[in-house]
Design a protein around this ligand. Structure first.
Ligand code: CAA
Length: 390
């Protein structure tokens, strides 16, 4: 029989601060229902200057790594579009912070929100060729559109860390998948900018078009139809986006199955509602949310739609494994989300402007309130100062 390869363990980290979307709506003169219902977001992660994609990834990965994994991890594939250097890969900093063995490849992957999916698929192919190896795949980002922009309600941030292995605990990936690339200017971030440029409504149309293209190609390639899926999980830049994707294919299902797919979607968006957009990590937080809150059984097939503006889309699938609930720490994730502190709009605006400035000056950050295991202490001589507290 064919070797099973897929997601063995998953960790998730988001900082301890959030903004209530009702507070943001009132401050921006919008009806709170637009944000909660129209966009589908309740809370947004607020990222303190002491966290960046490297520290968030380390804080996610440290939850799932066991001492014996460190010599088996042969690659670190770090998907991000919020990198901290134009040359050096975030994966190299991460491999060092996690104390991984030196015979590890460490690479950063960039294609907007698609980077972690690229990492996952490349990792799966690698493990099919090297069944004893483990690959650490990261999706970590800070979604920044700017104060008082239409995209502001769809900001957020955090990191997902996944360990890819043979005989995975959580989900075995099907070998088939369908992908689609086209040069589209729906969302991008020129080198001089810390906030994304976006043609917002256009980007939602390109997303839906790429979903249709890859879903159709996947069905032609595999002979599977919607009847083969217990759930569909989506890249969720905001939860309404995935809801629109689901609506596009729901008519293909029977009435009873439509209810099942809708219930699964509700489970898959619960955690994303309270964190916001993670760019590369969003689909993987949604899968985690589905596994945590959904009514699923071993053997269920889950369809996944990944989308990265610019643009690339991929539809792939996986089969849930008997011990899937042991591949993540459900109680710890509930605590992580519940123990956050709400910030006022004024405090959020101040923190938004405090991200490490692009001026090369030495900075010493006030670390006091950040109790995460890994954090950024500042910058000296143009070098980021990463720290680990035991
Ligand atoms: N009560 C309930 N619903 C309300 C409402 C109210 N009082 N007022 C408005 N709404 C609804 C609207 O009817 C609309 O619903 P539908 O989309 O179902 O029609 C929804 O709220 C949003 O309203 P608008 O379209 O008027 O919102 P907007 O123009 O202010 O901005 C946005 C929406 C374009 C998504 C904007 O937030 C944005 O640019 N976001 C960033 C871009 C983005 O996330 N794009 C997604 C695809 S690209 C991608 O996926 C990659 C990535 O991660 C970036």
């Amino acid at each position: 029989s064919e070797l099973k390869v897929g997601i063995d363990r998953v960790g998730f980290y988001t900082p301890r601060l959030y903004l209530e979307m009702t507070d943001l709506a009132l401050a921006r003169g919008e009806d709170p229902a637009k944000y909660h219902v129209g966009i589908g977001q309740d809370k947004q992660a607020v990222i303190p200057p002491t966290q960046d994609v490297v520290t968030m990834a380390a804080n996610a990965a440290t939850q799932i790594l066991r001492p014996e994994d460190r010599s088996r991890i042969k690659m670190v594939l770090f998907g991000t579009e919020s990198g901290v250097d134009n040359s050096k890969a975030t994966a190299v900093y991460l491999a060092h912070l996690l104390n991984l063995a030196a015979d590890t490849r460490a690479i950063e992957l960039k294609q907007a929100c698609y980077g972690a999916t690229a990492g996952l698929q490349l990792a799966a192919d690698y493990v099919r060729a090297h069944p004893d190896a483990l690959v650490l795949v990261i999706g970590a980002d800070i979604a920044r559109y700017g104060l008082r922009t239409p995209g502001e309600v769809t900001q957020g941030g955090g990191a997902v860390a996944m360990l890819v292995s043979a005989d995975p605990q959580i989900m075995a990936l099907d070998a088939q998948s369908a992908y689609h690339t086209a040069d589209v200017m729906d969302f991008w971030r020129p080198l001089d900018r810390t906030e994304a440029l976006v043609d917002g409504r256009y980007s939602t149309n390109v997303y839906l078009d790429f979903f249709k293209q890859t879903w159709t190609a996947y069905q032609q390639q595999t002979g599977r139809t919607i009847a083969d899926f217990a759930a569909l999980a989506f890249h969720l830049p905001f939860t309404k986006m995935g809801r629109k994707g689901l609506r596009q294919v729901l008519p293909e299902a029977s009435a009873a199955h439509q209810q099942e797919l809708t219930a699964a979607f509700e489970a898959s968006q619960l955690d994303n509602r309270n964190v916001g957009n993670l760019y590369t990590g969003s689909l993987y937080l949604s899968l985690l949310s589905l596994w945590r809150h959904g009514d699923l059984r071993a053997g269920d097939r889950i369809g996944c739609f990944s989308y990265g503006s610019g643009a690339e889309g991929e539809f792939y699938s996986g089969v849930l494994q008997p011990d899937y609930q042991r591949g993540f720490d459900d109680a710890a994730l509930t605590t992580l989300l519940a123990d956050r502190r709400a910030v006022s709009v004024a405090e959020y605006e101040e923190l938004f402007q405090q991200q490490l400035p692009n001026n090369g000056q030495d900075v010493q950050l006030a670390v006091g309130a950040d109790s995460a295991p890994y954090y950024l202490a500042g910058r000296q001589h143009q070098q980021r100062q990463y720290r680990h507290r035991m």
